[in-house]
Design a protein around this ligand. Structure first.
Ligand SMILES: NC(=O)c1ccc[n+]([C@@H]2O[C@H](COP(=O)([O-])OP(=O)(O)OC[C@H]3O[C@@H](n4cnc5c(N)ncnc54)[C@H](OP(=O)(O)O)[C@@H]3O)[C@@H](O)[C@H]2O)c1
Length: 219
């Protein structure tokens, strides 16, 4: 059984991955900025008799990432990192505020890099370690009114493909691409008009888990 660190584990896809992996008997480290949703996920996992631990973490803050990784790895042997957390940034480029742009780049790109870099020495000490990066179809092609979000996901794709080569034979690194999901991701934007037509994150999580030893997953 693995110990799986999941970012953005209090909602959407991250929560569904946490619940589904826990159901298979894995131990889950739940991270995200807001403690309450993480504790709710923890309660659900414990009700199913699996282990879950909450570590609040703001990926946009490199200092917080370093400190939290030190605290986690003191107590747990993490052998699987899932970089799932992400921030949206939608609209014509001229309408985007610098704050929104910075938030998306800091969370999606720098957060993924900071956390992976901080935990990699620990991962390399484990048996058959894995990293999975949740990208998006936005990491495969450009889209109207998604320029910054797409730029952030292309960056994560490049990071992932490079680590696949750099860590070959040492760490299994998976790039995961999926289309729209009905999650709180769309709550603050009208970019998607009717999110109820999108896939459920539970269904996407199940498909991801069924293929999680591959280098590329397309849902
Ligand atoms: N929904 C879609 O249509 C869709 C499609 C393709 C790919 N994706 C990708 O799937 C991933 C999960 O998104 P989702 O749809 O499940 O949306 P979501 O429910 O909004 O989940 C995003 C999670 O990221 C966390 N997060 C955001 N900023 C953070 C930060 N600075 N530090 C730590 N955690 C942070 C949030 O928790 P806190 O706010 O508590 O920090 C939240 O739990 C993202 O990478 C997204 O880009 C989504």
């Amino acid at each position: 059984m693995k110990t799986i660190l999941i970012t953005g584990a209090g909602s959407g896809l991250g929560k569904e991955l946490a619940l589904a992996y826990a159901e298979k008997g894995h131990s889950i480290i739940l991270t995200g900025r807001r403690v309450e949703p993480l504790q709710e996920a923890q309660t659900l996992i414990k009700e199913g008799n699996s282990h879950a631990h909450v570590f609040p973490l703001d990926l946009a803050d490199a200092g917080s990432v370093e400190k939290t990784v030190t605290a986690i790895t003191k107590e747990h042997k993490v052998d699987f990192l899932i970089n799932n957390a992400g921030a949206g940034c939608f609209g014509p480029l001229t309408d985007l505020s610098l704050e929104e742009i910075n938030q998306a780049i800091q969370t999606n790109v720098l957060g993924t890099i900071y956390l992976t870099k901080a935990i990699l020495p620990h991962l390399l000490l484990q048996q058959q370690p894995k990293i999975m990066n949740i990208i998006s179809t936005a990491g495969q092609k450009g889209k109207v009114n998604e320029s910054v979000y797409v730029a952030s996901k292309f960056a994560v794709r490049g990071f992932t493909e490079s680590l696949q080569k750099e860590l070959e034979g040492k760490v299994t690194v998976t790039a995961t691409y999926m289309g729209g999901m009905d999650t709180p991701f769309w709550n603050e934007t009208d970019h998607i008009k009717d999110k109820s037509r999108l896939k459920s994150p539970k269904e996407v999580a199940e498909k991801i888990i069924s293929q999680d030893s591959q280098q590329e997953i397309i849902v």
